[in-house]
Design a protein around this ligand. Sequence first.
Ligand code: PRE
Length: 403
Amino acid sequence: MEVNKMSVVELDKLREQITSIDQQLLKLLAERQQCTNQVAETKITHHIPVRDHKREEQLLVSLIKRGQGHGLDAHYVTQLFHVIIEDSVLNQQALLAARANPGSSLPLNRVAFLGDKGSYSYLATQKYFSRRPGELLEIGCQSFGEIIKKVETNEADYAVLPIENTSSGSINEVYDQLQHTHLSIIGELTHPIKHALLVTQTTDVNRIKTLYAHPQVFAQCSHFLAELGNVEVITCDSTSAAMMTVNELQSDTVAAIGSEAGGALYGLHAIKSNLANQKENHSRFFVVARQPVNVPLQVPAKTTLVMSTVQKSGALVEALLILKNNSINMTKLESRPITGNPWEEMFYIDVEGNIQDGPMQVALEELKNTTRYFKVLGCYPNDEINPTKIAAVTALAQDKQEG
Ligand SMILES: O=C(O)C(=O)C[C@]1(C(=O)O)C=C[C@@H](O)C=C1
């Protein structure tokens, strides 16, 4: 008994120490953020690009070495600082973008998204707007059409639309909506999609008889569903609708599939995680607004185009060659049927580059002249911060230590 009491006291003391260390870490991270925001100001004044891969590599190599000196694993240090540097780059990009578009910073950002509190679109909205000035007013919608309409009619300032997922592919309905709106893409973000089995009661996976989720979510977790066997699957308009239903039912035989963070908003907890077929499951979202944005040249940019080619063989190849000849890297090509014109396609193309760049302007002009229909859907800061490669950095650090 005495021993137990002692160990509880010891544990409490150690936990106090951990809490204090974590609080210090938070303070230091906030200090680092203030410092990198000042770096952004200097970069604005002196027209220096936000990203400096050489500096990042030097920093990582030196941190890995120091970490090893403290007994910390190189992989752990690399992962940790990738997150820190990614956050720094995204914050700096947001700051530069806000400066380049002075009128666009609103005291209140009214944002339309799919579903309600807790949906993946809701979490993506929170993440994107946390880097932007102004308050956030979330406007949950029931369909992509409703989301777009909210912005078109000035009931919302922005829309957050999922465009593709690493396991279930492109979201065709969003592509079709983008073709018919005059709204512009002003930003993108990728958000990890981590599906968990969410319940209200203490229960077991084998007791679940009914599952609620969005159809895309079921598609992404098809292997898990096949393993589950005889369970009734009920599709919902959104992940949040699924969570709400399970919360209302308060039964130990029903579950929703969604994010753990979202589920917590409805009093749900996870009894199984990582349900998606693919381990790396991410969704990419577009942020759209009524006016296009000006992306500063110091920020890596992407541009999304939509076009239909003339009906002759090799027309698409010719269009793509225009990009190649101007050294423009294409990151995505998607095709969608054109309503009323059987066998004709509308092509959606994402390229790396800013519409203000010389080669990009040449390519856009050529494309305009050679295609049947052509429109720039938007030019926006590239949100995909490819971190400096872990393996190369780790090997380098180990070499240096050994040598
Ligand atoms: O040192 C810089 O130039 C920074 O902007 C800071 C920082 C960082 O967070 O460490 C961020 C982005 C750059 O690619 C390199 C480093």
